[in-house]
Design a protein around this ligand. Sequence first.
Ligand SMILES: Cc1cc2nc3c(=O)[nH]c(=O)nc-3n(C[C@H](O)[C@H](O)[C@H](O)COP(=O)(O)OP(=O)(O)OC[C@H]3O[C@@H](n4cnc5c(N)ncnc54)[C@H](O)[C@@H]3O)c2cc1C
Length: 284
Amino acid sequence: MLGPAGVTAGLYTKRANLNVLIIYKELSGLEKADVIENYYGFKNGISGEELYKTGIEQAKNLDIDIKKEEVTNIQIGENKNYKVITENGIYHTKTLIFATGNKRNTPKIKGIKEFEGKGISYCAVCDGFFYKNKDIAVLGNGNYAISETNELINIAKHITILTDGKEAPEIRADNVDIDTRKIREVRGNKKIEEIEFEDNSKMKTDGIFVALGVAGSSEFAKKLGIITNKDKIIVNENMETNVPGVYACGDCTGGLLQISKSVYEGTKAGLQAIKYLKKQNEKV
Ligand SMILES: Cc1cc2nc3c(=O)[nH]c(=O)nc-3n(C[C@H](O)[C@H](O)[C@H](O)COP(=O)(O)OP(=O)(O)OC[C@H]3O[C@@H](n4cnc5c(N)ncnc54)[C@H](O)[C@@H]3O)c2cc1C
């Protein structure tokens, strides 16, 4: 991922002669920073945009492969490999370094937080099974929402994609409808039962899968069984997650949301990935 953490991890791994791919979709947190005056080496400060662009150029100068594609899913593949699924294709990799920044996709709709785990889910592959032959909804309208819907198509009886007033995505399937009404509230008793829209109309549902915007670290973590705490990926001092070969660095691990910390953690994650791959190759 193309922020200071991901680029730094890329620099170390590429210089160790590994095949490196950096995938990014939206802007890094860095690009939003007007002037950065607390990062080493810039006596007059530097704009976030300039630092961001310099990092990318540095990566390109090392011939690191950089792709602007949205990652919509990550799965465990065969032989300890991982499958990174983007809007354009699938990449197979032996190690993964999450450097997805500090982004949360919790919708500000009344009732959503209250019913988390009681009909509100953030992971189709983890919870889809519980909705076999049920009427469910997916909240979102981008590539990630489509990807989550596709995971659920053969499980649920019917799926309504709720765009909450946003543009309808393109998807065609017999058991999928799109509803663009704005949502006022979701409610139920012990479990979620009903969605109320701004126009006072209502819809019954057995569950809602939240898939807003671009999936971030916490969404991917759920799919891979990576332990998180309040949406932050838990890592040890070597940036290792609980899943072998999967590392996380930068804002997505929480703590100080600063460039210096992202660079340090990107370094650690890169070096640890190099060690891991070396060990894997020795075993073959
Ligand atoms: C307004 C503002 C001012 C700041 N000022 C300072 C400052 O003065 N000093 C300082 O040290 N820090 C500052 N920061 C914080 C700093 O920008 C972050 O700590 C740093 O950018 C984090 O780096 P990162 O690599 O972890 O994540 P990011 O830089 O956010 O990069 C994350 C990358 O992941 C990619 N990504 C995420 N999900 C997907 C997906 N599904 N598919 C594909 N790509 C994906 C994104 O496209 C992005 O490229 C500021 C931040 C902001 C917002």
